[in-house]
Design a protein around this ligand. Structure first.
Ligand code: SF4
Length: 280
């Protein structure tokens, strides 16, 4: 049972991959950002202009792909700068989602887990009679450091996107629930277009995701009111967190490079998630 001294989430609070990723990386960051809603105007990463330009370009790339998938003729879509042009060219040469099936573009799915609403916005889902393919566009390169694929597999995005498609995707499949074994999630990287990462799903992973998500959402609801939640022990993370001076974890922003970034699609993630794949 949840104590009266436990945190009260707003009735309309929605959990997402980005907020849960915040929580698993640093409970205090989740508390500051989503419970106390503290705005702390620190520079998030250096070099600032380059970092911001990549965020803006990432959004623009997602818009281009979305428009192309919606059927706007490609010759009417014009990338505004050289980075976008390069990504757009590799996308057109690779056409990573060129498979027959019903397409659902920029669709949101939601379900209740541990009494809380959990939502995900997908770049693209393609449903065929036998399969359901989730596509997620990244404007970074495929991460190559040791253990990078395993970390991508463990990320909240991978867990939540595949899980929610099972529990909330029946409407996309003529009213029939999809099985985990039908689902594959693909991360496609604009800087390394021929090296996508595919994560097929199965019942065992689905059961594990349900346990993990239920435990996390239950734990968050049991966190104490009015006391600071645990600060991360991974202090290198703090260099890229806007709350670092508030937490007395440094002043200078960490330095980020394009090859370290995994850029994510939805506007809600245009923040810490942009650099969350930095490998320490
Ligand atoms: S500065 Fe570090 S400890 Fe503080 S909220 Fe950010 S990640 Fe957590």
């Amino acid at each position: 049972m949840i104590s009266r001294n436990a945190v009260q989430l707003a009735p309309n609070f929605q959990f997402s991959q980005s907020s849960l990723q915040d929580y698993v990386e640093c409970k205090r960051r989740f508390q500051l950002r989503y419970i106390e809603r503290v705005a702390w105007p620190a520079v998030q990463a250096q070099p600032v202009l380059e970092h911001e330009a990549r965020l803006v370009n990432g959004q623009a790339f997602h818009r281009l792909v979305q428009q192309q998938l919606l059927g706007i003729p490609e010759n009417r879509l014009s990338p505004a700068n050289s980075d976008l042009q390069r990504w757009w060219q590799t996308y057109l040469e690779t056409r990573p989602a060129e498979i027959e099936g019903r397409r659902f573009i920029e669709i949101t799915l939601a379900a209740t887990v541990a009494g809380q609403r959990l939502v995900a916005q997908y770049d693209l889902i393609v449903i065929t009679p036998q399969t359901a393919r989730i596509f997620d566009w990244k404007t970074s390169a495929r991460p190559t450091k040791p253990g990078a694929t395993e970390r991508l597999f463990e990320r909240m995005q991978t867990r939540i996107y595949r899980y929610l498609l099972v529990v909330a995707g029946a409407d996309l499949n003529g009213g029939y629930a999809l099985t985990p074994e039908q689902i594959t999630m693909t991360y496609w990287f604009a800087e390394t277009p021929n090296e996508p990462v595919h994560f097929p799903y199965n019942s065992e992973q689905f059961a594990a995701d349900e346990r993990v998500l239920t435990a996390l959402l239950t734990e968050i609801q049991m966190q104490a009111l009015n006391t600071p939640w645990d600060l991360t022990t991974q202090e290198k993370t703090c260099a890229f967190c806007p709350y670092r001076s508030l937490c007395e974890r440094g002043v200078e922003a960490g330095e980020i490079h394009a090859e370290d970034e995994i850029e994510l699609a939805s506007p809600e993630t245009l923040d810490f998630e942009q650099i969350a794949e930095i490998e320490f």
